[in-house]
Design a protein around this ligand. Structure first.
Ligand SMILES: Cc1cc2nc3c(=O)[nH]c(=O)nc-3n(C[C@H](O)[C@H](O)[C@H](O)COP(=O)(O)OP(=O)(O)OC[C@H]3O[C@@H](n4cnc5c(N)ncnc54)[C@H](O)[C@@H]3O)c2cc1C
Length: 400
């Protein structure tokens, strides 16, 4: 029986283990921490958003061509993956229609982790905890996997050690070092889906306010992203899906790898001309008019920033009105930093897809070495896209 050794018991590693064992392999997982699937347990606010309801290639970020990525996703449709979770792993799922996300019916991330782990164990997968892999070596017969106190021998190895986000869960980026030592040229990893730091409008402490906004980001020259979703003021900046999804542009800029992105917020997702007409037709204080559409404290900060706190709509001059409309529909967020890996939901960069055979997730540099999950240069936006990548790439590696 071929002996497959899987390094890392996260979403991708457990999926790879399941499919390798199902294909008749003898499977051993080495996990650095004392638990499998720590990130599954904390995901989706402990509800675990297992999949998106619909998916497009633009929901993902990678340096590879969209066609390469498409090939991987074509190997397992969203529907087939959902049926696997429901019918084979035994997790009843329910959609959250307003956000287009799949969650377990129980809203329990623990159920997802427990059932996936149980399915692996039932197929005979063995897991050894507190086994931190330090190095991999290719030998004449296959691979030697070296931990602090033991050398394991395997015919095939799957690397699924995740990225660097939330290092306290065990993901400190060792997989990148191990693969670099084996000759892989990594795209330098960076924090993604991480909260941003910056001053609130009129330097006011607006923490705790949350609302749905439209956020446009201009970066990479002409490329523009528009996104209407949750925005949250944190104590020293901004978070929520609208901010997290494009946060890597600010991270890459701060690392000197990209020109400065321009983040513009339309607080009420209302058109310029509609605000303009609405303010012109109003009576009473401008502030009260703005409060009809924005949370009160945010409306006050924006009106104060425009010097219009005590002014009535009737006395607004044209340029004052247009300046206010600008701040309401295209407010520039001044970004001064980011929360980095400490709070990042994923890691961008990693092993380029062109160093991997995307039909099998096998390294193009080393036969018998498979790479999947967050280690690879692919991440998705908020919405179940990252688990979909982990399930799809883990399955391909395991089956192969
Ligand atoms: C707070 C939070 C919430 C999230 N919510 C969602 C969500 O709702 N939906 C979604 O799609 N995505 C979500 N994500 C992202 C998702 O969790 C990741 O994309 C996914 O877990 C990546 O899976 P992975 O198996 O590649 O890596 P991981 O899950 O990180 O697993 C890697 C494993 O490898 C182990 N390991 C590391 N180094 C070694 C070593 N040297 N030797 C042995 N073992 C090692 C680690 O301990 C870990 O168990 C969330 C992430 C976070 C942080």
């Amino acid at each position: 029986m071929t002996k497959t050794l899987i390094i890392g018991a996260g979403a991708a590693g457990l999926t790879a283990a399941y499919f390798a064992a199902k294909a008749g392999q003898s499977v051993l997982i080495l996990e650095k921490t004392d638990k499998a699937g720590k990130k599954i347990l904390m995901s989706g606010g402990t509800r675990c958003n297992v999949l998106p309801v619909v998916m497009n290639l633009d929901d993902y970020f990678t340096n590879a061509s969209p066609n390469v990525l498409k090939k991987v996703f074509k190997s397992w449709s969203l529907n087939a993956c959902k049926n696997w979770l429901q019918d084979e792993i035994g997790i009843p799922l329910a959609t959250e229609t307003e956000s287009n996300k799949w969650f377990p019916e129980s809203n329990s991330a623990k159920e997802v982790r427990d059932k996936l782990l149980e399915a692996c164990l039932q197929l005979g997968v063995v897991i050894r905890y507190n086994q931190q892999v330090k190095e991999l070596q290719k030998t004449d017969f296959g691979w030697e996997v070296i931990t602090e106190n033991k050398i394991y021998k395997a015919d095939k190895v799957v690397m699924s050690t995740g990225g660097k986000s939330i290092p306290t869960t065990g993901t400190e980026g060792e997989g990148y070092r191990i693969l670099r030592n084996l000759g892989h040229q990594l795209i330098e990893p960076y924090a993604a889906l991480t909260p941003l730091k910056g001053a609130h409008p009129f330097e006011q402490g607006l923490q705790g306010i949350s609302l749905n906004v439209e956020l446009n980001v201009n970066s990479l020259g002409n490329q523009s992203q528009s996104n209407r979703s949750g925005f949250v003021f944190t104590h020293d900046g901004f978070s929520g899906p609208a901010v997290l999804d494009p946060s890597h542009y600010a991270v890459l800029h701060q690392l000197g790898r990209m020109e400065k992105p321009d983040y513009r917020v339309n607080w009420a997702s209302k058109k310029r001309e509609d605000w303009d007409a609405y303010l012109q037709s109003g009576r009473g204080l401008v502030l009260n008019r703005v409060k009809e559409w924005l949370p009160a404290r945010l409306a006050e900060s924006i009106c104060a920033e425009c010097g219009l706190m005590e002014r009535s709509c009737a006395e607004l001059r044209r340029e004052e009105r247009l300046n206010l409309v600008d701040k309401l529909t295209a407010y520039r967020l001044e970004i001064s930093g980011n929360e980095g890996y400490r709070k990042a939901e994923v890691t961008g960069g990693g092993v380029p897809l062109d160093e991997i055979n995307t039909a099998t997730m096998e390294s193009k540099l080393h036969s018998g070495l498979f790479i999947c999950g967050e280690l690879v240069d692919v991440f998705g936006r908020i919405g179940g896209f990252n688990f979909y990548w982990a399930w799809v790439s883990g399955r391909l590696a395991g089956k192969s």
